[in-house]
Design a binder for this molecule. Structure first.
Ligand code: ZN
Length: 443
């Protein structure tokens, strides 16, 4: 199958940040075969007209909780530990296999509709198989894993695991899903955060990650209460503690890192540990503003994520880009976080975090055809100006008109091609009604 995207502005996000106006992009099978003006359409099965539109690498979000998509609007206006202990953990405990599946489909549908092609996802304790099923069916690229919880305050009994059982179930899921769909789906060990994970479990996770060469995805230093708890319980600053148990390395992606000191930034930088910055979620939960310019200045790889729909409340990667740029400017001046830097975070930095910098994250010949076509003809992105500025500061997820993963078109002209949107929305509504009934809250 050959497909040609004709005449768009190709925003490559390659090493030279090349932007190529009125250029064609040819896809052969799952890969980008050519990028040049005026390519021949002979032998091409499908031509996508992209004049006046931007063709960008698919957005990569490195911290998502698909299982929380049903909880959108159910946990507003609380700070992290209350949000987690009073609403999110009880709702996660109420999940069943069908509700995890519908939560994942709803989240993936929203992500694909708005140009996100790859995610790092943290599920809940149980029913993770159902989320993997949704990822496999939908066509999205994902690294995901079941969350691991074996200790800590405020955890509902249904989510509390015995350490060995949590590790065994994680390895079972890894063996079943890692590398599936021609490598499009991969596994990550997902200890929730140091507050709810024993020292023994975190050390085992570090060992298993090394043994199998798979990712570790966890939360770190999102909130003052969290780091005070870890400091009291483990006797160290959170990131230094994670280093102590062997979890700082280049296959680890830490969500947030809002409250990190110089020694912790050093630990992240020297180990190649990746940080996933979630500015909307950090603001909504009143967690704070991550020191992203300082992290970047030290060479830490920082990518973006929406976190979950329960703390954002949407999964639109364009919103995350805009917010990542804006929130640093009052503190660091208007030149901090320019649009090009933010677009790089939302694409190539995400690919690096996933260990897929050679495969995705930029539009280059030979890479996987993971991309989005964005219509910049709307009132809010008009008139014509620097295309990267229009994408980062003006565009919205709803401006995306085509989303492709590995050469496969998953959304075109607003229509999701691997799922039935009305059925997904209906299934999600029924599922959240059921979960709210289960925890004794009103729908
Ligand atoms: Zn999170």
């Amino acid at each position: 199958m050959k497909r040609l995207i004709r005449g768009g502005t190709i925003v490559t996000v390659n090493a030279h940040a090349d932007v190529l106006p009125e250029t064609d992009l040819l896809i052969d099978g799952d890969r980008i075969a050519a990028i040049a003006p005026g390519l021949d359409t002979a032998g091409v099965d499908d031509v996508v007209e992209a004049r006046g539109k931007a063709v960008i690498p698919g957005l990569i979000q490195t911290h998502i909780h698909l299982c929380q998509t049903l909880f959108r609007g159910q946990a507003d206006d609380r700070e992290l530990l209350d949000w987690l202990q009073q609403r999110i953990l009880p709702l996660e405990a109420a999940h069943d296999e069908a509700s995890v599946y519908h939560a994942a489909l709803l989240g993936i549908g929203e992500l694909l509709r708005s140009g996100t092609t790859a995610i790092i996802d943290m599920e809940t304790v149980h029913h993770t198989e159902a989320a993997f099923q949704a990822m496999a069916e939908s066509g999205i690229r994902a690294i995901a894993g079941k969350v691991m919880i074996d200790s800590g305050p405020g955890v509902p009994p249904a989510l509390m695991e015995e350490t060995g059982a949590s590790l065994t179930e994680s390895v079972r899921l890894m063996e079943r899903w890692h590398g599936r769909e021609n490598g499009r789906i991969r596994y990550a060990f997902c200890p929730r955060f140091a507050v709810t994970c024993s020292d023994a479990m975190l050390r085992e996770v570090a060992e298993l990650s090394r043994l199998y060469g798979v990712h570790v995805h966890t939360h770190a230093s999102e909130n003052q209460g969290e780091i005070a708890y870890v400091e009291a319980d483990r006797g160290m600053r959170n990131v230094l503690y994670l280093e102590h148990v062997g979890l700082t390395h280049d296959r680890t992606v830490l969500a947030h890192c809002v409250h990190v000191d110089e020694a912790e930034i050093d630990a992240l930088a020297r180990s190649g540990t990746h940080v996933s910055h979630c500015p909307c979620s950090n603001l909504k939960l009143a967690s704070g503003i991550a020191p992203v310019p300082q992290l970047l200045a030290r060479g830490v790889n920082v990518s973006l994520g929406a976190d979950g729909a329960a703390s954002n409340n949407n999964l639109d990667g364009f919103m995350e880009m805009r917010m990542a740029a804006l929130i640093q400017k009052p503190r660091h001046g208007p030149r901090a976080m320019p649009a090009r830097m933010v677009l790089e975070m939302a694409t190539m930095a995400g690919a690096r975090a996933m260990g897929l910098a050679h495969e995705t994250g930029s539009l280059e010949v030979g890479k996987q055809a993971d991309l989005a076509v964005v219509d910049l003809g709307g009132l809010h992105t008009w008139p014509e100006a620097d295309v990267v500025s229009r994408l980062v500061y003006g565009a919205r997820g709803s401006d995306v008109v085509l989303t492709m993963v590995g050469g496969r078109v998953l959304m075109r002209d607003g229509l999701l091609l691997t799922m039935d949107q009305p059925a997904v929305q209906r299934g999600a509504q029924e599922a959240i009604n059921r979960l709210l009934g289960r925890i004794g809250a009103r729908a």
